[in-house]
Design a protein around this ligand. Structure first.
Ligand code: NDP
Ligand code: MG
Length: 405
């Protein structure tokens, strides 16, 4: 199976770049600011956004002096505005989804780090795509929900897309680095997965998993939603869909490989038998620095990989019986249309309920499967069809949850 062309991003124009960080207070946002702080000659922070965590965004504003700070929540924005005035800062505070879209598409902005968690990241990422920005995409849900529309918006808006997800960033690093007229010799994408904290748990142990156990990822420090997604392996399922859209790869050409050490971040197999891998410590500052600087390499603060300490690399086949979320995602991708949107929405509702300790760990795949089975799947014609499918699936998931809570 050959993979069709891959659009190689344009190098960044020289000079200081204005950057908006959507989801600045999250783990990706914080890591982005950590890398940016090392390169004041290259980046100026234009806007920082958050949902409601006022103190965290305030501290970031004091350090990076952005032109705008946006909070989704109006009361939080008011509280932030008061604190900033008291501190004598001139940062303007805005609130709401339209403000997120504004700071993603303003003419002054060069680069947008899309690092809001979940479906809420879709609208601002889409605004950045239409406005032709250089988009550093961490919010995989944007591609899962509306891959065809988003890729179209990137092309029509003249935007540039660079993947932040460590696996996709790794694949991007080992893909042929030139504009391809054909498949470029790529045969397969080998998407690695840590396997999460329950890689070796039995089916009955999985039924009894607690929230604290699921939040304890062996290799990566991440926000709560993606940490639970990693434990159910839905994260890998979402990443299969993400890889499909980013690299124009058919589902059969994407293979998931469990690699518990998380040293190889993914691989590409070529038709001549070569397999190229990208390796490094599991630290998101590496993919962030690569995307920020591309095609230059930037110092990121990540320590050297100690091969002698690692000593060995293991690989296993994923088990879709104990981890049904992976199969559900492959099924949704093959079904196409709004199926991945429905999968994503049902997953978000089920994960929130698990985090609120209302349902059990294995109820997450049960709810998603039941929502997928009972929803009608439509073609993705426009953004409204995605938003409608998302809303409908959330209602169905909430109804299904009653059977488990
Ligand atoms: P976090 O939960 O740590 O951070 C989420 C950020 O989004 C916070 O700034 C939060 O604000 C903001 N936010 C939450 N909900 C909304 C909303 N409804 N509207 C606007 N802003 C909102 O998430 P992560 O940083 O872990 O993940 C961000 C994205 O990156 C996800 O899509 C994830 O899948 C992806 N990703 C993350 C990786 C990681 O290592 N963390 C790796 C690969 C991908 P507040 O702080 O105020 O709540
Ligand atoms: Mg990942």
């Amino acid at each position: 199976m050959n993979i069709a062309g891959f659009t190689v991003p344009q190098p960044l124009a020289t000079g200081v770049q204005n950057i908006t960080i959507l989801g600045a207070t999250g783990t990706i946002g914080q890591n982005t600011l950590d890398v940016i702080a090392r390169h004041p000659d290259r980046f100026r922070v234009y806007a920082l956004t958050a949902y409601s965590r006022v103190n965290e965004l305030f501290e970031q504003c004091c350090k990076f002096l952005p032109t705008y700070a946006v909070m989704l929540d109006a009361d939080a924005a008011e509280a932030l505005s008061i604190k900033l005035k008291q501190a004598g800062l001139t940062t303007q505070v805005l609130f709401g989804v339209e403000a997120l879209e504004q700071v993603s598409s303003d003419v002054t902005v060069d680069v947008v780090m899309a690092a809001i968690v979940g479906a809420a990241g879709l609208k601002p990422a889409m605004a950045a795509a239409k406005a032709g920005k250089r988009i550093l995409l961490a919010n995989k849900e944007t591609l899962v929900m509306s891959g065809s529309l988003f890729m179209q918006a990137i092309e029509q808006g003249g935007a540039t897309l660079l993947p932040i997800d460590s696996e996709h960033n790794a694949i991007f690093q080992v893909m042929p680095q030139r504009q391809l007229s054909s498949h470029g010799g790529v045969k397969k994408i080998l998407l690695t997965a840590s396997g999460g904290p329950f890689r070796q748990s039995t089916a009955s142990e999985l039924e009894a998993v607690t929230l604290a156990q699921a939040l304890n990822h062996p290799n990566w420090v991440m926000g709560p939603k993606i940490t639970i997604d990693s434990a159910t392996m839905m994260n890998k399922g979402l990443e299969v869909i993400e890889a499909h859209w980013l690299f124009n790869a058919p589902p059969e050409s994407i293979e998931v490989i469990v690699h518990p050490q998380s040293v190889i971040h993914s691989m590409v197999e070529y038709i001549d038998g070569s397999v190229l891998a990208q390796m490094g410590n599991p630290d998101m500052r590496t993919p962030i620095a690569y995307a920020l600087g591309y095609p230059d390499r930037l110092e990121s603060g990540v320590s050297s990989l100690d091969m002698f300490k690692i000593a060995r690399l293991d690989f296993e086949k994923p088990d879709s019986v104990r981890f049904p979320c992976l199969k559900l995602a492959f099924d949704a991708l093959k079904l196409g249309g709004t199926a991945p949107t429905i999968l994503n929405a049902a997953n978000e509702v089920a994960v929130s309920a698990f985090i609120a300790e209302k349902i059990g760990f294995m109820d997450i795949p049960r709810i998603i499967e039941s929502v997928l089975e009972d929803s009608s799947i439509h073609p993705v014609s426009d953004l409204q069809s995605v938003i409608d499918a998302d809303a409908h699936a959330r209602v169905t998931a909430s109804e299904r949850m009653l059977a488990y809570s």
